[in-house]
Design a protein around this ligand. Structure first.
Ligand code: ZN
Length: 107
């Protein structure tokens, strides 16, 4: 039997390659654009618990430290090429915190 390859992703905080299940995917939804490609509304940034949300994703370890590091170094801004307001980070911290309290992501 062939061993299944484990997909690795890089944490935006500590820059280490980890198994996807050890990471949380943060996703930026596609921007809403008009027919000329002008951005009408910037895609929302959220924690993707299912791994199936459309848009560009970045990964971060399931701990507050890595999220804080990524925030401080503005790595999500670079990954998504857009400004990320403080309330988005606060929501990410909150959502991540809830996941940690639950003992991990289900599914
Ligand atoms: Zn990390």
């Amino acid at each position: 039997m062939k061993q299944k390859k484990i997909p690795l992703r890089k944490c935006t905080g500590c820059n280490e390659m980890k198994e996807k299940k050890q990471l949380v995917r943060v996703v930026k939804a596609p921007d809403e654009t008009d027919e000329n490609g002008q951005v009408l509304r910037q895609g929302e940034i959220s924690v993707d618990l299912t791994g199936k949300k459309p848009g560009r994703g970045a990964y971060v370890c399931r701990n507050a430290d890595c999220l804080a590091k990524a925030r401080k170094a503005r790595r999500f801004e670079k990954a998504f090429s857009c400004r990320i307001p403080d309330d988005v980070y606060e929501r990410l911290e909150h959502e991540l915190g809830e996941q940690l309290q639950d003992g991990g992501i289900k599914g």
